[in-house]
Design a protein around this ligand. Structure first.
Ligand code: SF4
Ligand code: SF4
Length: 725
């Protein structure tokens, strides 16, 4: 009679083939290898620029497509893929097309292609990612460096992908901004905001320091003449009552639209700036009072002498070509003024609008025959308020526009942190909690002999930690290590991808490092037995089921050995697929139910939920069914765990022959008939170790009172090294 002999590799392939049709909800079909102009089909262009007729010639490197409406360019389109070659959580590039208007504002984005494992309509949906990225809309490329996108809860599970997308879009927009000449970066990383407009009245402009004032009484002026020129009186023009106002002087940098357009009116501001050099700056000076500092015929004189602008000891002469008298101040509630003028500062003056400067008001003596007129100067210092300056937080702090802020218990200056470092700071409490969990697990493994001497102690510690692993690490913190993490790290190592992508998820990174260390020290069991949330769920459900008298099925030894091989076959297929086709590998990795159970918390389409529930149901009857036979991550860890250096599980000479009690006690059949522990399968549950120390249950101890006495003095230093089968 021919017996059924299950083939492990056949089983593996069958599982993966069964899963393949379930999936591709996360794959957006597009082809990044096509040129940008081919991918920018009319539907994509229209969705970002509804008034567009099409795109113009795509030229340059990185390629940027001008968007046309008739003959007019109304914006630009470019892709993250060509512009910055980003890498997502999967290690693969992604194609997000970004729309930029001609002012440099991001007006929209379209995700054309991505291969992120955690982005799927039933996990973290494209709609959620689009919503997250839409926070970038309306941001000007000149302000990109100031942008910090905080985490949103709905992204849990796809944090790394979402942050990689946001970074890709902002970096691509910055690159495009430089290429299109929109970013003027000549002021030490700072630039004046030339694009935001907010309606403000006069009192608002005074209150926030946009307009600075200087008021002088007749006495102030006469005193200045007396002090600066040694005269007891000034020229005739300053003859007036002591406390009466001589002049009130108003100064503002009118370059930012919020200041300029409010101060002189939107039309005048538009006339002033249109067709002007985009790096020019404008200063508005006004005054109330009798003194008229504005020359009557400004076009007839070479230089405006009654006011001057000084920066860093350098005086910038106001030549007639850049001087423009105005009739009034247009701001709501503006006071009546007698003199108003606007000065343009062309780039050749090298005026740095982000640094302090001073307007000097020169009061001239009346000319006397044979004498050069003398004058006194009054200074009105000015610095643009921080609200009108764009730049990185660090540059703003260095320039004195804002005070540095410190995070991480005051130890780190926030502005010096990179994006991934900021993520670590934001997640500091999770990191501390994870460190605590890892310390507790390490304690349990290192001091397992102490833990195993009391079944009650073992149960409390073990199931307390497993509950933490399941609820906090798995469901709340999103710390489920998956085979995707392994392939991702492999990609980073092999393909030399950007490490910062991995650094964006500190919990997974710390967990991964711990798993590597624990693998080398103790093998697979520490992670699978204590730190895998799905493994914890299976075990907890199985124990609850057993308490409710759910029958436990003992798998025949031969079948058990054959079925175990399936997980190695699955792992090999996945690794092979990942090498040839990452998108298909990501689909096949759905063999792991982790996304469904941990990330989506069963809120997924029914095939996934059915599959996950079927595995958990099987686990009620066969403890850790998925771990034992199907888990590719478990297989990879089992293979890597062969390198382990230390064994903390003790055996006796009688184990296997004649005593086989532990073998029957092991819930996952990890003890071979010869008494050896198969460390590729062992989960460090410590069941067998409780038996080992139980003088009433362990047959060699029951039989031999002397060894009972020895056992009581047994210390950790007595560890036996168990050969690896
Ligand atoms: S075998 Fe897989 S599911 Fe089981 S504990 Fe290990 S990693 Fe988790
Ligand atoms: S009972 Fe089995 S799984 Fe648990 S520690 Fe012992 S050998 Fe490992």
């Amino acid at each position: 009679m021919r017996h059924f002999r299950p083939s492990a590799s056949g089983f593996a392939i069958a599982v993966i083939l069964a899963l393949l049709p379930l999936v591709p909800e996360n794959v957006v079909h597009a082809d990044m290898s096509e040129p940008l102009e081919t991918r920018l089909v009319p539907e994509v262009v229209q969705s970002l620029f509804p008034g567009a007729d099409g795109i113009g010639a795509v030229v340059g490197e990185p390629p940027i497509a001008p968007v046309l409406a008739g003959d007019e360019t109304i914006g630009y389109l470019f892709s993250t893929h060509e512009t910055v070659r980003p890498s997502g959580f999967s290690g693969a590039s992604f194609d997000i097309v970004v729309g930029l208007d001609i002012e440099g504002f991001i007006i929209g984005h379209r995700i054309l292609e991505e291969h992120e494992p955690m982005i799927a309509d039933s996990i973290v949906s494209h709609a959620t990612i689009d919503k997250f990225l839409s926070r970038l809309h309306g941001t000007n490329v000149r302000a990109m460096r100031r942008l910090v996108l905080r985490q949103v809860d709905a992204l849990t599970g796809a944090t790394v992908s979402a942050k990689a997308f946001a970074t890709g879009v902002t970096n691509a927009a910055t690159v495009a901004g430089y290429r299109l000449g929109m970013i003027d970066d000549t002021s030490g990383g700072l630039a004046i905001n030339r694009y935001d407009f907010e309606a403000r009245g006069w009192s608002d402009l005074i209150a926030d320091g946009s307009v600075r004032t200087l008021s002088l009484t007749y006495r102030d002026v006469r005193d200045a003449f007396a002090q600066q020129l040694g005269r007891s009186a000034g020229p005739d023009v300053v003859m007036g009552p002591d406390d009466e106002m001589f002049i009130t002087f108003y100064v503002a940098l009118a370059t930012p639209p919020t200041i300029g357009a409010n101060l002189i009116g939107p039309r005048a501001y538009q006339r002033m700036t249109q067709n002007a050099n985009p790096r020019a700056h404008y200063i508005v000076i006004a005054s109330a009072g009798k003194y008229d500092w504005k020359p009557a015929k400004h076009w007839g004189i070479p230089v405006v002498t009654s006011v001057s602008i000084v920066q860093n000891g350098k005086s910038m002469p106001q030549q007639p070509a850049y001087f423009d008298p105005l009739s009034r101040l247009a701001a709501r509630d503006a006071p009546p003024v007698s003199t108003v003028a606007r000065f343009s500062l062309p780039p050749r003056f090298a005026f740095n609008a982000t640094e302090p400067w001073t307007v000097k008001l020169h009061l001239n003596e009346q000319e006397m025959p044979g004498m050069r007129p003398r004058r006194v100067d009054f200074d009105l210092p000015y610095r643009i308020p921080a609200a009108y300056v764009d730049g990185s937080d660090y540059a703003l702090e260095e320039a004195g526009f804002r005070a540095p802020t410190h995070v991480a218990f005051g130890l780190l200056r926030e502005s010096k942190l990179t994006d991934w470092q900021r993520t670590w700071v934001e997640k500091r409490w999770d990191i501390i909690a994870l460190a605590g969990l890892l310390a507790a697990v390490s304690f349990a493994v290192i001091w397992q002999s102490w833990l195993s001497r009391s079944e009650r102690r073992r149960v409390v510690v073990r199931y307390g930690l497993l509950t933490l692993t399941l609820v906090w690490l798995g469901w709340l913190a999103g710390g489920q290590l998956t085979i995707v993490s392994v392939t991702n790290y492999a990609w980073v190592l092999v393909a030399g991808l950007d490490w910062s992508t991995i650094l964006h998820d500190p919990l997974l990174l710390i967990l991964s490092v711990y798993v590597v260390v624990s693998l080398v020290l103790w093998g697979r069991g520490v992670f699978c037995g204590w730190l895998c949330p799905f493994g914890a769920l299976q075990e907890i459900l199985n124990k609850l089921g057993a308490a409710l008298h759910v029958p436990q099925i003992a798998i025949p030894a031969l079948l058990n050995r054959r079925l175990r091989l399936a997980k190695y076959g699955i792992a090999a297929v996945l690794v092979g697929l990942a090498a040839f086709s990452l998108p298909h590998a990501l689909v096949a990795m759905e063999v792991e139910p982790f996304k469904t159970v941990m990330t989506a918390k069963f809120d997924r389409s029914w095939p996934y939920v059915f599959y996950a529930c079927a595995l958990l149901f099987a686990g009620l009857f066969v403890e850790r069914f998925f771990c034992r036979y199907l888990c590719p991550l478990g297989a990879v860890l089992a293979v890597a765990g062969k390198l382990r250096l230390v064994n903390v599980l003790k055996r006796r000479a009688e184990c296997g022959s004649p005593c086989r009690l532990c073998e029957r006690r092991c819930p996952i059949d990890a003890i071979e008939p010869n008494g050896r522990i198969n460390t590729a399968e062992c989960f460090y549950c410590l069941d067998c170790q409780v038996l080992y120390y139980d003088e009433h249950a362990c047959p060699p101890l029951v039989r031999d009172p002397n060894r009972r006495a020895q056992k009581l003095t047994h210390r950790q230093s007595d560890l036996e090294r168990v050969p690896i089968p």
